[in-house]
Design a protein around this ligand. Structure first.
Ligand SMILES: [Zn+2]
Ligand SMILES: [Zn+2]
Length: 234
């Protein structure tokens, strides 16, 4: 988790800053990770040694580049730490005014996501559903997908991704309410046979109007369910 507060990070008026356990404003800052050639080679060497000790046959055409591929795959799977400049610059063009904004609930999903659990560095993956009661802003599905990827492509846990999405959407949209529902399978438990195959973990976060409105929450789940019914979920 990247919890430090960048000095150049812009803040959004009227929103809380550092009073949470992580910095959910970090999506506004883009900071590429720098790993130079010497470091890449050294890390590949470490991995070659580890894979060999675990039993991977070295020196074959198939496995010679495995340490490099694995390192590259980890690097790509954690690109969310670098931010997303397209996400930031695209927000103003997504704005729309609305007079009946308190009534309508927007639900988007399923948005697929892939993440690495911070306890085992093994994948967990599934679907995100996002609902909100808009005020003056809406966000298209492509930007919602970017936001989900921004927080999922890190070493994380499902609960944190849900909280970061809920907090991020509150900052971006300043809506009347936000709902985030995630369902995912976790390889760190499934590969070791602790849980049944295909069992999924479900987490839901409410903000604003959803907090005190059971009907709104029920409607959200119904809309999620109908969106995913063709996949046999829920
Ligand atoms: Zn794990
Ligand atoms: Zn409004």
């Amino acid at each position: 988790m990247n919890a430090h507060h960048h000095p150049e990070t812009p803040t959004v008026d009227g929103m809380a800053g550092d009073d949470v356990g992580y910095d959910s404003t970090e999506w506004t800052a883009v900071h590429p990770r720098r790993i130079d050639d010497e470091q890449w080679q050294r890390y590949e060497g470490y991995l070659r040694e580890i894979f060999s000790a675990l039993g991977l046959p070295g020196g074959t055409i198939a496995t010679d580049l495995t340490p490099r591929r694995f390192l590259r795959a980890l690097y790509d799977a954690t690109s969310g730490y670098e931010g997303d400049d397209k996400l930031v610059t695209a927000f103003p063009t997504e704005c729309h005014g609305g007079s009946d904004c308190r009534i309508s609930q927007v639900v988007e999903g399923p948005i697929p996501f892939f993440s690495l659990c911070e306890h085992h560095s093994l994948p967990f993956f599934g679907s995100a559903y996002i609902g909100y009661v808009a005020h003056e802003h809406i966000l298209g599905l492509s930007k919602l997908t970017r936001l989900v990827r921004l927080f999922a492509r890190r070493f994380s846990v499902q609960e944190r991704i849900g909280q970061q999405l809920a907090d991020g959407l509150e900052r971006i949209l300043q809506p009347h309410g936000v709902a985030v529902h995630l369902e995912a399978v976790h390889l760190c438990t499934q590969m070791r046979g602790v849980y049944e195959l295909n069992s999924s973990t479900r987490t839901t976060y409410w903000r604003g109007n959803y907090d005190g409105d059971a009907q709104l929450r029920n409607d959200f789940f119904e809309l999620c369910s109908s969106a995913s019914s063709h996949r046999g979920r829920f």
